[in-house]
Every structure is written in C-alpha cells, then in structure tokens.
Design a protein around this ligand. Structure first.
Ligand code: ADP
Ligand code: MG
Length: 353
C-alpha cells in the first residue's frame, strides 16, 4: 500500500528523518511511536505529500508521492497534528467543503458526508459551529475530514493529544472501528496509546527506526528478556565498568543515591547472568546489597530503544495533561439560533431539530 525507501529530511543542518524505510500493508493499524521531536510528524507530512523530502522515495499504491501527487494522494486521508480550523463552519458545511475540494461529485457527497458523520458519531452535532464543539468532537470532525473521498489509508498524527480520558477512549474506539474498514497509521509519543489499538509498531527515535514489528512480537520479545535489578554499595563508575565486563549483558541503566548504585541490567535473550554478576562484584569486593530478577515489559523495551537516560526520566515524570473545556459539550444556544447554515437541511429528512 505504502512503500517508503531511504527517506531523509533535513531542516537546514538538522537531520529530522534519517534514511528510513518501511512498508505499510493493507488492512492493519500501524503505530508510529517515538518521543517528541523523533520525526513522526515530519514523516507523516512527507508520506501525505504535504512536505518535500530531502531524499528518498515514497510510493502510495505504486504512485510516487512526489512525481504523481494527485494519484498518490487520492489514496490517503490525513489529519495533521495541527488540523486546519474552520470554526465558523458547521461540521456538515466543512465536510461538504472538503468533499468538493477532494473532487467528490455533489450528488454523491450528500450521502457520503452523512455516512462519514454517522461513522464518526458527529451526526448529532452536524449543524453546530465547529468552534463551539468540545475538543473530542472537533477531533472527530478532523477524522471525518480524513475519511472523505474514501481513501484506503487514514493517517492521524497524535489523534488523542489534549483530550480528556473519556474522549481518549472514544477516539480509540473510533480508530479501532476505522481499522476494520481501512489501513490506519497513527502516531503517538505514548506507548499505551499505540499498544491499545495498533497491530504493528514502528518505533522512531532521533529520526531513525529502532524497531518495526507486530505488537505481538514486540511483547513476546519483551517477556523473553530478563532484567536484573541490582543495588550495589560504592562508586557508580566502578559498578558500570564491572557490569559491562559481564558476558551476556545487553544494556544497563544506572542511578546513584547516597553511595548506593541502583542498576537495571537487561540480559541478552536466553542468557542467565546472575552468577557472573555476583562473582564480578565479589572479586572486586564491592558489596552487592540486592539482586532480583524482573520481567521486562514493552515499556522497558520502548524506553530503552527510544530514549536516552535523561529523556527517559523526563518521560517517566511527564505530568498529566491539564484538564480543559469542562462542560462545553453543549453548544452556546444563542449563537446557534442566529446561525443560518450554508446547506439546507432538505437533503436528509431527520435533519430538523
Ligand atoms: P515529532 O512529530 O516526532 O515530535 P517532528 O517531526 O515534528 O517530530 O520533528 C522532528 C525534528 O525536526 C525535531 O527536532 C524538530 O525540532 C525538527 N523540526 C520539525 N519541523 C521543523 C521545521 N519546520 N524547521 C526546522 N526544524 C523542524
Ligand atoms: Mg509531531
């Protein structure tokens, strides 16, 4: 469906996307997962023909996005990170406008827009002004917009950012529903977001793809990898040196507090490093205060792959999204009363309110 080969994007000297290649196959939900600044939006903007690449190739259903943009873009519906705002339109007017822009014939667009509004559950608010809708509804209008013109692939950039928990659940359900009809690509910097809805995960870090696999395989490999948590009395640099000398160590993270070093050591698949770790510290006469095994999770894998240790701490400490827009699900009746829709209600019977 989409083939990406050796895609690179530089902003001036800054390498935002570094020679990435991947395939998007039909009928699945893909997650592009990575920290802020990883290059997700840049990648999506290039896939959808909104941004030129520095080098590399993107083919959509065999059509090059740069050489045959019209043919290629016909297959794609896109909700960018900052969706265009048409606050003074109603969802219905806006979607009719999008349908016209995408070349859907007018006779067909009435039915099509209605179907899309029903699918995305915005039909009840179709005649309210977009600016009076809650963020959850506005996001659904954005997803509806991406579905106009019946594209095969729907690309949504961070579709749940800034939503409250109830709205997030609704959008996730909608994405799952879309996934049964279309190929879907969503991006997020939150693992839980991706693991909740995606079949396939592409992890991107500093413009590089660091993992590209099914969620199932990633989870399986996470649980095969055993991690050791250690507490060692003494100097961090010495502890690091000792652990890195142990055969079978895949990676390790360290922190130090009051003369005690804590380490999370991930062993290579199938390796049991406990005895070698014990012996290394014993012969160095560094007291090993605690050692226990714990299963690594997908979270550990993601954090290890996608973040440096500073970024990792920032990620773990990330504050909750602030609350917003309490109780504004209801329209401001007065403005609605004064408002005259551009399209008459005559095309669908149940329109009267
Ligand atoms: P993400 O969506 O994963 O957060 P982006 O694709 O937005 O990441 O950004 C990738 C990198 O490119 C970041 O370091 C960002 O600061 C930089 N970047 C993005 N857009 C621009 C731009 N228009 N000009 C210069 N640098 C940019
Ligand atoms: Mg982004």
């Amino acid at each position: 469906m989409i083939k990406v080969r050796n895609l690179t994007k530089k902003y001036g000297n800054h390498l935002a996307v570094n020679n990435i290649s991947f395939d998007i196959k039909p009928g699945k939900i893909y997650g592009l997962l990575g920290p802020n600044g990883a290059g997700k939006s840049t990648t999506m903007n290039i896939l959808t023909g909104c941004l030129a690449a520095t080098s590399g190739e993107v083919k959509v259903d065999g059509h090059d996005i740069f050489d045959e943009p019209l043919e290629a873009k016909r297959h794609i519906g896109y909700l960018p990170e900052q969706p265009p705002v048409y606050g003074e339109m109603t969802p219905r007017e806006y979607l009719m406008f999008v349908a016209e822009a995408k070349g859907v014939p007018f006779e067909k667009s009435l039915r099509h827009v209605k179907e899309v509004m029903q699918l995305t559950q915005i039909y009840d608010v179709r005649n309210r002004l977009i600016r009076n809708l809650s963020k959850g509804y506005r996001q659904r209008v954005g997803i509806a917009q991406a579905m106009i013109g019946e594209p095969d692939v729907i690309i949504l950039d961070e579709p749940t950012v800034g939503l409250d928990p109830a709205q997030i659940i609704e959008i996730r359900n909608l994405i799952r529903k879309l996934g049964r009809l279309k190929t879907v690509i969503i991006s997020s910097h939150i693992l839980a977001e991706i693991s909740a809805v995606c079949d396939h995960v592409i992890i991107i870090s500093h413009g590089n793809i660091v993992a590209n696999d099914t969620l199932e395989n990633l989870e399986a490999s996470a649980s095969r990898n055993n991690a050791l948590t250690l507490k060692i009395k003494g100097d961090k640099a010495r502890a690091e040196k000792l652990i890195s000398s142990v055969p079978g160590v895949a990676s390790a993270e360290y922190s130090e507090n009051g003369g005690v070093v804590s380490a999370l050591v991930i062993a290579e698949e199938g390796a049991d490093i406990r005895e070698a770790v014990f012996n290394a510290f014993a012969s160095a006469k560094m007291p090993l205060l605690d050692m226990h095994t714990n299963e690594t999770t997908l979270e550990d894998i993601f954090l290890g792959l996608a973040y440096g240790s500073d970024e990792r701490n920032a990620y773990i400490a990330e504050p909750e999204e602030e609350e917003e827009e309490i109780g504004e699900e209801k329209p401001k009746a007065k403005e609605e009363d004064d408002y005259k829709p551009l399209f008459s209600a005559s095309d669908d019977e149940e329109d009267d309110e």
